[in-house]
Design a protein around this ligand. Structure first.
Ligand code: FES
Length: 103
């Protein structure tokens, strides 16, 4: 039978084994922290300039090209049009390391 302490130990080890996703952009490596909440917030915090307008997946102004890795949209697929290989950083978060091109 597991005690409460056993459970908290398991949680701590699961949390510490999670790797911080790294965002590679133009030769720069930026860590994505959960409190960034979105990829756009993370990029802005690191002084990477990304155009944006709605910050909610409606306008498409923030679209960038995802070269490597995977992202997901925690609030569901955005409404804005995105082309093949493009993502909307205002409403996505990385699932591991990713590489981006911002045009
Ligand atoms: S800022 Fe509008 S879709 Fe990202």
């Amino acid at each position: 039978m597991k005690s409460v302490n056993d459970r908290s130990t398991c949680l701590k080890s699961a949390q510490s084994s999670e790797k911080t996703p790294m965002i590679n952009i133009e030769g720069k490596s930026i860590p994505f922290h959960k409190d960034d909440k979105t990829l756009l917030n993370c990029l802005e915090k690191s002084d990477v300039e990304v155009h944006y307008h709605c910050r909610d997946g409606f306008c498409g102004a923030c679209r960038v090209t995802l070269v490597e890795g995977e992202i997901y949209y925690p609030n569901g697929e955005p409404l804005a049009f995105v082309g093949e290989g493009e993502i909307l950083p205002c409403c996505c978060i990385p699932q591991g390391n990713i590489k981006l091109i911002i045009e």
